[in-house]
Design a protein around this ligand. Structure first.
Ligand code: SF4
Length: 408
């Protein structure tokens, strides 16, 4: 059976991630550094510039999904009044807290729980769930909850959007300075924004190695390799890691080492990963000689609008320009560009039950793209973390039939 090929760099990535979590854990235990919890597109650069260590609950949610601990945690959040229909990162994570469970303990011996926050900072550019999720912790830990409210369904990103978001980020500064116990140094902010930009550029280059036909990398590899881009943007550690990983990918291309042996078809994955089935799906597609070469999800950690010379406005532009924030037209344009860039043969939409925000198959987009791009599409029904919503047999049958159609 065809299996995922491991990367040599992964050992270095595991070290980087372990150092990140152990540093947070030590700070939480000793009080040596302040800790901010941040949503994936919250103002992480600003928090780091103020000296906070930054923790991302969505990453913890993904770990709960990937380790399948989510299934035992979600019911506890449901019992506390958080519906099974809302974000299963939220319900997994709050459930895990209620249960006293964390995958961090298994991955990093010595860590007993996620690090307690001194402040929680969200951005609603992705969804409202993050605000409610953080509000639960703000009540539990009695710590301040701060946030940025961003418009959704944005067509062109205009100066009105940027003015609003940049002003909200700037308004966080005095509050955060009080909690951090220090003033924001502009030079430090410039540095973290610069590092975040560098990380974004490297991450883009990593993902774009998959434009090579055949590809050295799949979507499933990228979901594993994206850890540092998610939790360490704005740091040297992330930049150093992606230089190493990019070099390995380029060597793979030079040596003719491909992610899917005998690659015949190339798909685009639109929507959330099914975290508890990553390896299974990776092997399944490899068996079908199909490379899932690109995705919206992994590209969502590219923030190339960042500009160290104009940190607040460029953060606002980078956070608002993301796919998830945009109108249907802009999303379709983006997917059209990705199809060309990556030589895609077909589009797979994952309709993720508990994340309408990252499910784009519900308002006719597959049908419109099929017409515009002349490509086949298939929609599978599942979820990011709640495997009760994922019918494996039905999804695989649909995918196999779809690949057969491509063959014809
Ligand atoms: S975008 Fe989806 S998966 Fe992410 S936090 Fe919001 S609802 Fe959850």
């Amino acid at each position: 059976m065809d299996k995922r090929k491991e990367f040599t760099s992964t050992a270095a990535m595991k070290k980087v991630m372990a150092a990140y979590f152990h540093e947070l854990d030590e700070a939480a235990r000793t009080g040596s550094r302040k800790i901010a919890w941040c949503t994936s597109v919250g103002p992480a650069e600003l928090l780091r510039a103020l000296g906070f260590l930054v923790y991302f609950p969505e990453n913890h949610g993904a770990m709960l999904g990937a380790t399948r601990l989510a299934k035992d945690c979600i019911p506890l959040a449901n019992a506390a009044g958080y519906s099974p229909d809302i974000c299963s990162y939220l319900t997994s994570d709050i459930g895990a807290c209620l249960k006293g469970e964390t995958p961090l303990s298994r991955a990093y011996p010595g860590i007993k729980s996620p690090p307690k926050p001194d402040v929680l900072v969200y951005n609603t550019n992705q969804c409202r769930d993050v605000q409610d999720w953080f509000a639960w912790y703000a009540r539990k830990f009695k710590v301040p909850l701060l946030g940025v409210l961003t418009q959704r369904g944005v067509g062109e990103v205009t100066s009105t959007h940027i003015d609003s978001v940049a002003a909200q980020i700037a308004a966080l500064v005095p509050e955060l300075e009080k909690i951090a116990g220090r003033k924001l140094e502009p030079a430090k902010l410039k540095e973290t924004v610069g590092l975040s930009l560098e990380c974004s550029r490297l991450w883009r280059q990593v993902l774009e190695t998959a434009a090579h036909v055949p590809s050295p990398l799949t979507f499933f590899d990228a979901t594993i390799q994206m850890g540092p881009a998610v939790v360490l943007r704005g740091t040297e550690a992330a930049v150093t890691y992606y230089k190493t990983f990019l070099a390995e990918l380029r060597t793979r291309i030079k040596d003719g080492v491909w992610a899917v042996e005998g690659e015949k078809y190339r798909l685009y994955w639109e929507g959330m990963p099914v975290w508890g089935k990553l390896r299974d799906l990776s092997d399944f597609f490899a068996g079908l000689k199909t490379c899932v070469a690109a995705s919206t999800y992994c590209n969502s950690w590219i923030f190339e609008d960042l500009d160290p010379e104009d940190p607040f406005r460029s953060m606002a532009r980078a956070y608002t320009g993301l796919f998830i924030v945009r109108s249907e037209e802009k999303k379709e344009e983006y997917i059209g560009e990705m199809v060309k860039k990556f030589g895609i043969d077909g589009l797979l939409f994952h309709d993720s039950k508990t994340c309408p925000n990252n499910s784009n198959s519900r308002y006719g987009m597959p049908e419109r793209l099929q017409k515009e791009l002349g490509l086949g599409t298939v929609t599978i029904f599942g979820d990011l973390n709640d495997l009760r919503c994922y019918s494996e047999e039905q999804s695989k049958t649909k995918i196999e039939a779809f690949i057969e159609q491509l063959e014809k």
